[in-house]
Design a protein around this ligand. Structure first.
Ligand code: SF4
Length: 221
């Protein structure tokens, strides 16, 4: 046994692992963990366990996510919560900005569940290895503070909240799939106008596809 390791035997999905001490010491600020359908982008409709981390390094004017409150959770607690949904194929790390908190230990621990690991990130922070699906949603509209550059250059899906911006600014990002998503606003008239503008943008730029926040239409989380 290496120094710093404890021979703690655990089993997930009938496999056995030796867990490092950091597995028990690392703590993460978690806003909520819930089971629902992925509502947006390529994996729309996929049953997923969402881990929402608390806190973000941006202040987008259109942010509609309540992520400020949190509970500090250990990796064993996180894994236990995720395993309450054994049939869910997908874990979605979201926020806030999950890349402020996810690290190699967390990804290794979640891998033990046997589920696919996805992350939704604004791209301002590098990611640890081992994440199976990266949804990059760079933000170009900020409120207060200075704009942070997007440091990620590759992703599985690029999902852009469309507010009429020049799409050529995303040309250098390598992505398997490109989605434009209308910005959700409460005002129904503005919402329809935003949807129409996004549809028009996709028709004019057909390498992009339309993404809708279907969970909001369905009234689910
Ligand atoms: S990056 Fe996402 S979570 Fe952060 S402020 Fe912008 S919309 Fe909200």
């Amino acid at each position: 046994m290496k120094k710093g390791e404890e021979r703690v035997v655990s089993h997930f999905c009938t496999s056995y692992f030796i867990l490092p001490t950091s597995y028990f010491l690392s703590m993460y600020p978690v806003n909520e963990i819930f089971y629902s359908l992925q509502g947006e982008g390529f994996n729309t409709g996929t049953a997923s366990v969402f881990i929402r981390f608390s806190g973000c390094n941006l202040r987008c004017a259109f942010c509609d996510t309540e992520h400020e409150s949190h509970t500090m959770m250990s990796l064993p607690q996180l894994v236990e919560e995720v395993m309450r949904f054994p049939n869910a194929p997908l874990i979605v790390l979201t926020g806030g900005e999950p890349a402020l908190f996810v690290d190699n230990e967390l990804i290794k621990a979640l891998k033990m569940t046997g589920k696919t690991i996805a992350i939704e990130t604004n791209g301002t922070r590098p990611l640890p290895d081992g994440i199976d699906w990266v949804t990059l949603s760079p933000k170009t509209v900020f409120q207060g503070g200075k704009a942070l550059p997007c440091v990620l250059t590759r992703c599985d899906e690029l999902k852009v909240v469309y507010t009429g911006q020049d799409l050529s600014q995303y040309d250098s990002i390598v992505a398997k799939h490109r989605f434009l998503q209308p910005c959700y606003v409460d005002n129904p008239r503005q919402r329809i106008a935003g949807l129409q503008a996004t549809v028009a943008a996709v028709l004019n730029n057909p390498t992009w596809r339309l993404s809708l926040q279907t969970h909001k239409m369905l009234g689910i989380k």
